[in-house]
Ligand binder design. Structure first.
Ligand SMILES: NC(=O)C1=CN([C@@H]2O[C@H](COP(=O)(O)OP(=O)(O)OC[C@H]3O[C@@H](n4cnc5c(N)ncnc54)[C@H](OP(=O)(O)O)[C@@H]3O)[C@@H](O)[C@H]2O)C=CC1
Ligand SMILES: CC(=O)C(=O)O
Ligand SMILES: [Mg+2]
Length: 759
C-alpha cells in the first residue's frame, strides 16, 4: 500500500530498495577495538573484561570511561504516532527509528540503539525506559502519541539522571521557533502582533505552540484544532497540556479562525489544509505544513492560493525543511559532551537562536557545494539551514554545552576552545591540521589571484576566504559572468568592495601585462603578437604576470586542464635563480592521521639531486602544519635488496642527504608497508633510523607518488590538501580539477601565509 500519494511508483520502489539492499536495514554494529589475536580476545572478553567491570562496580561514573555509554543514545518508540502515519505499531516504526539512529551518527557522531517496544500503557513504558538507564548516556523518545508522551516523558525525567528528550515535542518546537523567528523577521511582524492557527494538538502541536507562547505570541492569539475541532473549554476529552490551549466563548471553525490569520502551523496529517482556506489568511501568510511524509498542503498549492506565502514543510525535497533533524543530533551532542543531567529550557533556547542565526549568516563552502544550484541566501525560500550544513554541529553543540554549564546541569568541565576544535575537526576534516596555517594566514594580508575566477568553486572559495582570512582574492574572469554566478549562488561578496576582478577582455593593465610577458619570453620565441594573444586568452599566464609584477602575492590555478600546462606558464614568469619548482607535495588527511606524499607532479623521474631537494622541501612544509617530519624513501627495493632504478636513485639520494647533517628524521629505501608499519621495519632492518610510523612518503617518480595519492583519496577516504607546489616561495599553486571548495580555501590559506614566518 502506498502511503505517500505524492511519491511516484519509481520513487516508492527506490525507497524500498534502499532499505532492502545490499543488506536489510540501515544500521550495523561495529567493534571499535582490534579483535585479531588471542591477546585481544583476552583483553576484550574474559579475563580482561572483568577489570573494567570491577572498576565500574566500584565507581559507577567510570561506565563512561570503559564503555560506550557516554556516546550512546536510546531511540525509543512504541509506534503509536509514527510520522503522520498514526498508530502503526512498534515493529512498523523500526525504519523510522533506524533512520533517526543513522542521523544521530551521521550528523553528530553519536551511537544509537533503536528500541521498539510493544507497550501501549504510558506508565509501563516509562518504567521500562527508566530501567535502561545503565546502558545509555541519553534517551530520545520518538513517535509516541499525545497525551501518553507527556506522561512517559515526565516520569522518565523525574526518575532518570540522564537527559530524556521527546524529539517530536521539543526537537520540533525548537526548529519551528527558529523558522518562525526568521519568517517573522522577513515579514516585519512581531510575535505579539500575530494570529496563529494550529492544526494538530498532539505531541508536536502542543510543544510547538507552547514554544510560540514563550517567543511572545499571546495565548489568546493561538487557536488550536484537532480531529474533533477547536480545543475549547467545553471539551472533556482534553489532557491538561491541551487544556492550556482551550479557548473560551463560542466555538469557532477552522475557516473562521484562518480568516486573516498570519501563521498556520500544521502538525496533523496529509492534505488537511485546503487552498480555499489559505486564500482567507492575511496577505503573505506564513504556512508551516509539517506533517510527514505528506504535508497538510503541498507547497505549489499553497503558493497558487497565496502567491506571497512563506512556506515550509518537513520534507527534504522542498525549500525550508522544518524538521527536527536540524536539532536532535546536535542538542544531544552538546548535552552528552558536558555530561548534562537534563536538557533544560536554557539549552533549548540556545539551540533555537543558533539555528535561526545560521540561516541568516552566509552559507559555508561545503553547504554551497552539497546543494549546488540552490540559492542559499536568507529569505522566504531559505528560512532555516539545510540539514547537511556542517556548521550545525559546532554551532549548536557549543551553544548547548555553554547553556548547560551556565544553568548548572553540566557534570563535566570542558575547555570550550578545545571543544570547538574537536567539533570542527569532525565536520571539516582538514580544520584541525589547517588551524596553524589559517592562523598564519591571518598574520599577513596578501593578495591571491585565482586564474579561473569564473569557476563556481573559486567564487565560493573567495567568499569563504574573505570571511576566514585577512587576504584579498582577485578573480580573473568576465565581470558579468562572475557577478551572475555570485547572485545565483546567493553569496554576498561584491567586486570592488570585497575582491578585485581582472577582466581579460578589457583590463586597463593589458598593455603592461603583455609587455612584461614579452620581455620575459622574447628570447624564447615569443613575438609581441603572440604575447598579446596569450595575455588576452590565457588566465594562468595573466595570473603569473600579475605575481611577477607584484600586483598579487600568490596565484592559484588548475581547476581545469593539465598540471604541466599550468606549470609551464608559472615557470616562464616566476622561476629564477632562487625560485624553481622542486616538487609537489600532497597532504592526505586520513582517519589514521595526516600522511604526506611527494612528488606527485613535478619530477617525472627523480634524480638523486632532485630527490634530496624534494625531501628537504617536504620536511620544511610538513613543519608548517605543526608536524615533525618522519620521511620514508619508498621504492620497490628495500634496504639495498634489489638492483632497480628507483632503488639506485633512493640510495644515491640518501647519500646526498646524509652529507648535509639535517635536523629531521628520514630513512630509505623501503617498501611502503615498512614505512607505515614500524614493527615490520624493525624486523627487516633493526638499525633503521626512523622511529614509529613514517608521516611522509617520497617516491622515485610521479607515477608511483600519484598512485599512492589517488589510492589514498579514492579507497581510503583521504581528504587532500594540495598539491602544494614546493620551491616557488609560495607564489604559485596548481590544484587539480577534482578540487573542492574547501580544497581551494585550504590552498588559499597556504598561499595567504607569509612563508618567511615559518623560517
Ligand atoms: N516536521 C517535523 O519535524 C515533525 C513533524 N511531525 C508531524 O506532525 C504530525 C503529528 O505528529 P505528533 O504530534 O507526533 O502525533 P500525535 O498523534 O501526538 O498528534 C497528532 C495530532 O494531529 C491531529 N490530527 C490527526 N488527524 C487530524 C485531522 N484529520 N484533522 C485534525 N487534526 C488531526 C490529532 O488529533 P486527535 O488527537 O484528535 O486525533 C492530534 O492532535 C505528524 O504528521 C508528524 O509527522 C511531528 C514531529 C516533527
Ligand atoms: C520528523 C518527525 O520526527 C516526525 O515526523 O515524526
Ligand atoms: Mg517523530
Amino acid at each position: 500500500m502506498a502511503l505517500d500519494k505524492t511519491n511516484s511508483t519509481s520513487e516508492r520502489q527506490a525507497a524500498l530498495d534502499y532499505h532492502q539492499f545490499p543488506r536489510p536495514g540501515k544500521l550495523e554494529i561495529r567493534p571499535t577495538k582490534p579483535m585479531a589475536t588471542g591477546r585481544d580476545l583476552a583483553r576484550a572478553y574474559s579475563p580482561g573484561v572483568a577489570e573494567a567491570c570491577t572498576e565500574i562496580a566500584a565507581n559507577p561514573l567510570d561506565a563512561v570511561r570503559y564503555t560506550a555509554k557516554g556516546n550512546l543514545v536510546a531511540v525509543i518508540s512504541n509506534g503509536t504516532a509514527v510520522l503522520g502515519l498514526g498508530n502503526i505499531g512498534a515493529q512498523a516504526s523500526k525504519p523510522v527509528m533506524e533512520g533517526k539512529a543513522v542521523l544521530f551518527k551521521k550528523f553528530a557522531g553519536l551511537d544509537c540503539f533503536d528500541i521498539e517496544v510493544n507497550e501501549a500503557d504510558p506508565e509501563a513504558l516509562a518504567d521500562l525506559v527508566c530501567k535502561l538507564e545503565p546502558t545509555f548516556g541519553a534517551v530520545n523518545l520518538e513517535d509516541i502519541k499525545a497525551p501518553d508522551c507527556f506522561i512517559v516523558e515526565r516520569i522518565c525525567r523525574e526518575r532518570m539522571n540522564i537527559p530524556v528528550f521527546h524529539d517530536d515535542q521539543h526537537g520540533t518546537a525548537i526548529v519551528v521557533a527558529a523558522a518562525a523567528t526568521n519568517a517573522l523577521r522577513l515579514a516585519e511582524k512581531k510575535p505579539e502582533d500575530i494570529r496563529v492557527v494550529g492544526l494538530g494538538a498532539g505531541a508536536a502541536g502542543i510543544a510547538c505552540h507552547t514554544m510560540l507562547r514563550k517567543m511572545g505570541v499571546p495565548a489568546k492569539s493561538i487557536t488550536l484544532f484537532d480531529k474533533d475541532g477547536v480545543l475549547h473549554e467545553g471539551r472533556t476529552d482534553l489532557c491538561p497540556e491541551q487544556m492550556e490551549f482551550a479557548s473560551a466563548g463560542a466555538k469557532t471553525t477552522l475557516e473562521e479562525a484562518l480568516t486573516g490569520a498570519d501563521l498556520f502551523l500544521g502538525l496533523s496529517g496529509p492534505g488537511l489544509l485546503k487552498p480555499e482556506l489559505v486564500k482567507k489568511m492575511a496577505p503573505n501568510p506564513i504556512i508551516f505544513a509539517l506533517a510527514n511524509p505528506t504535508p497538510e498542503i503541498m507547497p505549489d498549492l499553497a503558493r497558487e492560493a497565496s502567491p506571497g506565502a512563506m512556506i515550509a514543510t518537513g520534507r527534504s525535497d522542498f525549500p525550508n525543511q522544518v524538521n527536527n533533524v536540524l536539532c536532535f543530533p546536535f542538542i544531544f551532542r552538546g548535552a552528552l559532551d558536558v555530561a548534562a543531567s537534563d536538557i533544560n529550557d536554557d539549552m533549548k533556547l540556545a539551540c533555537v537562536e543558533s539555528i535561526a542565526s545560521l540561516a541568516r549568516a552566509t552559507t559555508s563552502a561545503e553547504v554551497g557545494q552539497a546543494y549546488q544550484g540552490e540559492k542559499l541566501t536568507f529569505g522566504p525560500e531559505y528560512l532555516i539551514p539545510k540539514p547537511f550544513d556542517p556548521r550545525l554541529l559546532p554551532t549548536i553543540a557549543i551553544a548547548v554545552a555553554k547553556a548547560a554549564i551556565a544553568s548548572g546541569v553540566a557534570r563535566k568541565e570542558i575547555d570550550l576552545d578545545a571543544y570547538r576544535s574537536t567539533l570542527e575537526a569532525q565536520v571539516f576534516r582538514s580544520s584541525l591540521i589547517m588551524r596553524q596555517v589559517f592562523e598564519a594566514a591571518r598574520q599577513s594580508q596578501r593578495k591571491i589571484v585565482f586564474a579561473e575566477g569564473e569557476d563556481d568553486r573559486v567564487i565560493r572559495a573567495a567568499q569563504a576566504m574573505i570571511e576566514d582570512t585577512v587576504d584579498t582574492p582577485i578573480l580573473i574572469g568576465r565581470p558579468d559572468i562572475i557577478e551572475s554566478r555570485i547572485e545565483r549562488a546567493g553569496l554576498k561578496i561584491k567586486p570592488g568592495r570585497d575582491f578585485e576582478i581582472v577582466n581579460p577582455e578589457s583590463d586597463t593593465r593589458y598593455r603592461d601585462y603583455w609587455q612584461s610577458y614579452h620581455e620575459q619570453m622574447e628570447r624564447r620565441g615569443v613575438t609581441p603578437d603572440l604575447a598579446k594573444a596569450v595575455l588576452r586568452t590565457n588566465t594562468t599566464a595573466i595570473a603569473a604576470v600579475m605575481v611577477a609584477r607584484g600586483d598579487a602575492d600568490s596565484m592559484i590555478c588548475g581547476t581545469f586542464g593539465q598540471y604541466q600546462w599550468h606549470l609551464n606558464y608559472i615557470e616562464q614568469m616566476l622561476a629564477n635563480k632562487e625560485l624553481t619548482p622542486v616538487a609537489a607535495l600532497s597532504l592526505m588527511i586520513l582517519d589514521s592521521g595526516p600522511l604526506f606524499v611527494a612528488d606527485t607532479h613535478i619530477n617525472t623521474e627523480q634524480t638523486p639531486e632532485t630527490l634530496a631537494a624534494t625531501v628537504i622541501a617536504a620536511a620544511r612544509h610538513v613543519r608548517r602544519f605543526g608536524n615533525e617530519p618522519k620521511i620514508a624513501l619508498c621504492s620497490g627495493s628495500q634496504f639495498g635488496n634489489r638492483d632497480c632504478a628507483s632503488g639506485r636513485v633512493m640510495r644515491a639520494g640518501l647519500d646526498i642527504l646524509d652529507a648535509k647533517n639535517l635536523n629531521f628524521a628520514y630513512e630509505g629505501e623501503m617498501h611502503t608497508d615498512a614505512a607505515l608499519d614500524s614493527e615490520l621495519r624493525e624486523r627487516l632492518f633493526p638499525g633503521n633510523r626512523l622511529d614509529g610510523k613514517a608521516n611522509v612518503l617520497i617516491y622515485a617518480n610521479t607515477d608511483a607518488a600519484g598512485v599512492a595519492r589517488n589510492l589514498l583519496k579514492c579507497e581510503a577516504g583521504g581528504l587532500e590538501v594540495g598539491p602544494i607546489l614546493m620551491g616557488m616561495g609560495n607564489r604559485a599553486h596548481i590544484v587539480t580539477p577534482g578540487v573542492t571548495v574547501r580544497g581551494l580555501l585550504n590552498i588559499a590559506a597556504l598561499a595567504g601565509s607569509d612563508v618567511s614566518s615559518y623560517g
